[in-house]
Structure formats: structure tokens, C-alpha cells
Design a protein around this ligand. Structure first.
Ligand SMILES: [Zn+2]
Length: 409
């Protein structure tokens, strides 16, 4: 734990961008959000704070109940006859990991970095969105707009809050969705994500006395042959698309779990394997037939059965918003104006709330916001921190992007 270090005016001089929303206000609001613990499942206090903030700023926020979580908070302004633009971000964080030296809820600024649980993922993005939303409502374009703000819970646990908003129709009719996840910071825009499909493979052998194993069929040994064979399966790549690790985007496959065995001196007759296959935009989500033909070619004595887990909470579809779509083009223009360089367009390797929105509702979706790369990319890690300098520019990027979408320029 460290004591709070006051921010000097020198540090702030580069925070205050010569734009509409100053960095100081984004920093102040970000710190307030970080100081309210909101580990997934315990989002009620932060939801109340955001509800009151929206209230005090003249909006009429609504709460959408999310079982086992704090409520989602939604607010909007403008006329429903205008194209609906959604700004959305999650309020919850992961749990406090071992290894924090700063107070994870202290929101201390040190050497230009704001430390705290959720600083990267994604309370600063949320604060920047709230201020952009308020500024938009005050702007000359407000009459031509229909802008919705959504603060969701449960993102870190299967996207419960966003699933609820989709179910309740809160995203229906949206023409563009901007998610405040800023992996990579403002030099990057995430325009797609891989999906994830989970397979369960059951290997059924034949038991026999462990001292005379040739009379049985060892399910664990056959399962290990299955694992080796599926590990050698080819992984498709997407030509020309970069992942958020700035490498060519490819499928991947991982054995997550293996269970089976025998406690007595018997040849194990059962073994189960769980595999996750991360799929690329445009790729095949259900490759059960390919798994089956690889496994069949092994000629195992065990019986092997395979099934794709179709529980909607465990099946994420990949998506990609086309780079030439009006949303991505507008975001690129805005980020270039604010940061000075054309943003790198990437496809996220991990699934998130935007998979749900883009797949279920087929709405153009993009993720952008304050974030870090390299050693500072401490997402889901202790000592999570974000450079204060990008908070003002992030709020302005949201503000300007929505303006461009409204005015269609
Ligand atoms: Zn996040």
C-alpha cells in the first residue's frame, strides 16, 4: 500500500487536451469508479454511483436487473427517429490478484500512471464514455441524435449483463455500437474478435485387472493418442488480418482439461477431454466432422464420442466489422486526428461482450478506448495501471466518433 500522491500541475499540463473534454475531468471520474470495488457479482455500489451521476446530470437512467450481479444502468437522449448509437462498457472487474503493491482501490497517480483494479479493464474507458455522453447531450448535434449509454455488469463472468440487455431489447435497432475496451490504447481499434467453441470428447475403454492390462483397453492411453492427433490438426489463418498481439490472426486449439483414471488396480475404462477451439471470422465454428475423421483414422480400440457444447453461454461466434464500413472508417479518421497516426485495425484473440452484440444482432461494432501494450498491458494482473495522458484524448475520441456518425461526415 502506498499513500496518495497529489497530481502536480506539470503532470496535468499534458492531460488537458485542447479539445472539448479535458483530461482532468476524466481522471477525476475514473478515480471515483476505481475507488468503488466492483468485482464481478458485486456491482451494486458502482451501479448506484453511475445511476446517481446520470440523474444529477439530467438524464433519466433506468436499471435492468441482472441475476447474481448488480443491475445494468442505461441512459439515452435524443429522438428515437434518429439512428441509434450505443456507447457501452462494463463496470465489473476481476478479483484482486496476489502481487499488488499499490492499493487496488486507492486510484493513486504516480509518474503519470493511474493505478487501480479496473484502470485498464475498463473503468477509465467507462468514465471517458460517461463524459463524452454528457458532452454530446449538451452539443449542437443533440437534436439530430439518439445516443444510448450502457454500463453493464457481469462481463467478466460470461457477459451476463450484456446478455440481459440483448434479451431485453436494449440494443435493438442500433446502427453502431462502440465498446469501451481499449486493448492496445488509442493507436489501435479492435474491429473483430475470434470466437470460442468447446468440445467434450469421451473415451470409453474396457476395464481389466491392472496386472493383466492386455485384456483391457486403456482409456487414458487412447485419450493421449487423441490429444496428440488433434494437436497436429492444421490451424487456418486469415490473410492480412492482425490479431491484438500484432501477429497474423490464426485459429488456435487448446486441451483445457483431461479427467479419468482408476483408484483400484484396474485398467481405466473412462477418460474425458475438453478442448477449446478459437475460431477466426469467416471460419467454421462447428468442426465436429473434422475431429471425428482425425479420431477415426487412429483406429483406436476405445469407443470415442465427441460433442460440441451448444450452451449459448459457452459458444461465442467470431465477428468482423468490415474495415470499409462507415463505423470503422469514422473511427479511423477520428483516432488519426487525435493520436496523429492511422490506427492499427486488429481482431481480438479473446472473446468479449462485443462478440455477443455483433453476432446476435448483426450490428456494426467496434472496441476502442484507453489501454496499454507491452509491459504495461497488465490486464487481469496485479499493479494494473494506465497512463493518465490518454484519458482526455479517449473521451474526445468517443465524442468525435459519435458526432461523425450522427453527421455522417
Ligand atoms: Zn474488459
Amino acid at each position: 500500500m502506498r499513500t496518495v500522491v497529489p497530481i502536480t500541475s506539470q503532470e496535468l499540463s499534458f492531460v488537458v487536451a485542447p479539445k472539448t473534454i479535458d483530461g482532468r475531468s476524466v481522471l477525476d471520474l475514473s478515480r471515483k469508479l476505481i475507488q468503488i470495488p466492483s468485482v464481478y457479482g458485486k456491482e451494486t455500489a458502482i451501479a448506484e454511483f453511475i445511476h446517481s451521476w446520470m440523474d444529477e446530470n439530467g438524464f433519466s437512467p433506468r436499471e435492468i436487473d441482472v441475476p447474481e450481479h448488480g443491475p445494468d444502468i442505461v441512459a439515452s437522449f435524443g429522438s428515437k427517429s434518429n439512428p441509434k448509437i450505443v456507447l457501452t462498457g462494463h463496470m465489473d472487474t476481476v478479483e484482486v490478484m496476489n502481487g499488488w503493491q499499490h492499493d487496488p482501490f486507492g486510484a493513486v497517480v504516480e509518474d503519470g500512471l493511474l493505478y487501480g483494479l479496473g484502470s485498464l479493464d475498463m473503468k477509465c474507458g467507462l468514465a471517458a464514455m460517461m463524459l463524452a455522453f454528457r458532452r454530446l447531450a449538451e452539443s449542437d448535434l443533440a437534436d439530430h441524435a439518439h445516443v444510448c449509454f450502457q454500463a453493464v455488469s457481469g462481463e467478466e463472468r460470461l457477459g451476463d449483463g450484456t446478455r440481459k440487455l440483448i434479451e431485453s431489447g436494449e440494443l435493438d435497432g442500433a446502427s453502431a455500437v462502440i465498446v469501451g475496451e481499449g486493448f492496445g490504447g488509442l493507436k489501435v481499434a479492435t474491429i473483430g474478435r475470434r470466437g470460442g467453441s468447446y468440445y467434450d470428447i469421451d473415451v470409453q475403454g474396457v476395464s481389466s485387472h491392472g496386472a493383466i492390462p492386455h485384456r483391457g483397453v486403456n482409456a487414458i492411453e487412447d485419450a493421449s493418442r487423441v490429444i496428440t492427433a488433434i494437436s497436429d490438426m492444421p490451424m487456418s489463418k486469415t490473410g492480412g488480418v492482425l490479431s491484438d498481439e500484432l501477429r497474423p490472426l490464426s485459429e488456435s486449439q487448446t486441451v483445457l482439461r483431461i479427467s479419468g483414471g482408476s483408484w483400484s488396480l484396474s485398467v481405466p475404462e473412462k477418460c474425458s477431454i475438453r478442448v477449446v477451439r478459437c475460431t477466426i471470422p469467416g471460419g467454421k465454428v462447428d468442426i465436429s466432422d473434422e475431429f471425428v475423421s482425425v479420431i477415426d483414422s487412429l483406429g483406436l480400440k476405445s469407443k470415442v464420442s465427441l460433442r460440441l457444447n451448444t450452451d449459448p453461454k459457452e459458444l461465442y461466434y467470431p465477428y468482423m466489422t468490415p474495415p470499409n464500413s462507415p463505423l470503422v472508417q469514422a473511427a479511423s479518421r477520428v483516432l488519426k486526428r487525435i493520436v496523429g497516426t492511422e490506427p492499427t485495425l486488429v481482431c481480438g484473440v479473446s472473446e468479449a461482450d462485443d462478440n455477443l452484440i455483433a453476432h446476435a444482432l448483426k450490428i456494426p461494432t467496434i472496441c476502442m478506448g484507453p489501454g496499454e501494450t507491452g509491459n504495461l498491458a497488465r490486464y487481469h494482473q496485479p499493479e494494473e495501471a494506465i497512463s493518465v495522458a490518454q484519458l482526455g484524448p479517449a473521451a474526445n475520441a468517443y465524442y468525435e466518433l459519435v458526432r461523425e456518425l450522427i453527421s455522417g461526415s
